[in-house]
Design a protein around this ligand. Structure first.
Ligand code: FMN
Length: 356
């Protein structure tokens, strides 16, 4: 199938996206009053600022419940396929991902929803596949949880069915371990027949192997240049051995201010003085995380910290790019308030540094 030309298709460009703007508190666990609370209006406004400002992609988090505590981070979140469709309709160039839990959305439904969204966006939809789950979220759907070892096996069947529906002119039959499908079809077709860019969010060895064999990019968190270089070499090397090109994307969080001191003070204000300790404790119980890991989560979901002046943030992004990572999905405390300054000050510096 033809591959689309989109904001993520230039291998020389270091791609910049926003992560988690469909969820309350985004990537933070903070009680500050300006924390991000999405609604229809600020979401569409943010999408348009990002689209006009030169941001390459928007990537949502698929969540069904929040972390509790005082502010219930991520407790209010837009369903990502509906969110992407609305955003695609009001933007012109940006790639907009949906994040789909394979085990919660039947592939026949997902294929059609994605084709619908893709029509509204003239081929700019991307798909982030999530094969894992949070047990308490899965319980909301009847808890038909499969053993961990089977997650990616189901993911492979799921994407096989979705691709057959997108590609086939005929009715699709499929007989697998997880899906039995008779006489299925997907109309509408994808826009101009081009397939969305596919990403897999995961950390485990199985998740990496799934990315190497099945999708276009692995989305994972890494915060150290040596680890990032080794990861990129491993993923690209194994993919190339199969004749495939697979990129690695990661996450980061930004506090960008005219002076480094202002940026550091703001980080301390939202992520230390005003962090939501109860939500952190709740996450700690669910994930067995230690205090250091929880603090990194409260500041920005274990992402790469990009804190300082526009020069500092641009240098930090250039450092990520120098590891071979293809792009980064960023969090901001209040996406809409903070994005214009980032676009104005940081993006031109990235051009001058030669990574865009
Ligand atoms: C960068 C990144 C983003 C993720 N985004 C989501 C998400 O939006 N929703 C979700 O339920 N899980 C998300 N996950 C969790 C993974 O999909 C997966 O459940 C978890 O990493 C365990 O799978 P693994 O063993 O392959 O790492 C994300 C993980 C990573 C590393």
């Amino acid at each position: 199938m033809k591959r689309p030309t989109h904001t993520l298709s230039d291998p020389e460009r270091f791609k910049i996206g926003l992560f988690g703007a469909n969820c309350s508190s985004g990537l933070t666990m903070t009680t500050v009053p300006e924390r991000w609370i999405p609604d229809g209006d600020n979401t569409l406004a943010l999408a348009q600022v990002a689209d006009a400002g030169g941001i390459d992609f928007l990537l949502p988090i698929a969540r069904w419940r929040g972390y509790g505590g005082r502010t219930d981070p991520n407790g209010y979140s837009f369903e990502t396929l509906a969110w992407a469709t609305g955003i695609l309709a009001v933007t012109r160039r940006i790639t907009v991902f949906a994040t789909v839990h394979v085990s919660l959305v039947h592939p026949v439904l997902a294929a059609k929803q994605m084709a619908t969204a893709d029509q509204f966006g003239h081929g700019r939809l991307g798909l982030n596949i999530v094969c894992g789950w949070n047990p308490e979220e899965f319980a909301m759907f009847g808890g038909n949880q499969r053993p961990e070892s089977e997650r990616y096996a189901q993911g492979r069947e799921w994407i096989t069915v979705v691709r057959q529906l997108w590609r086939s002119q005929d009715l699709v039959d499929f007989e697998g371990k997880y899906y039995t499908i008779r006489g299925a079809r997907c109309t509408p077709r994808l826009y101009q027949g081009t397939e969305p860019i596919l990403m897999n969010a995961g950390r485990s060895a199985e998740g990496r192997q799934f990315a190497v064999e099945v999708v276009d990019c692995l989305f994972t968190s890494v915060r150290n240049p040596d680890d990032a270089k080794a990861l990129v070499a491993d993923i690209r090397g194994r993919a190339r051995a199969l004749g495939r090109e697979v990129d690695v994307y990661t996450t980061g969080y930004v506090v960008c201010r005219p002076t480094r001191r202002e940026a550091e003070e703001y980080l301390h204000y939202y992520a230390v003085e005003n962090r939501d300790e109860e939500a952190m404790a709740q996450r700690g119980r669910l994930r067995n995380e230690d205090a250091e890991s929880l603090a990194a989560w409260a500041a920005g979901h274990h992402g790469w910290p990009l804190i300082g002046t526009p020069d500092d943030v641009a240098q930090g992004l250039a450092q990520i790019a120098s590891t071979g990572i293809a792009g980064v999905a960023l969090g901001l405390v209040n996406y809409l308030n903070e994005l214009p300054y980032f676009c104005q000050e940081v993006l031109p510096r990235l051009q001058r540094l030669g990574i865009r």
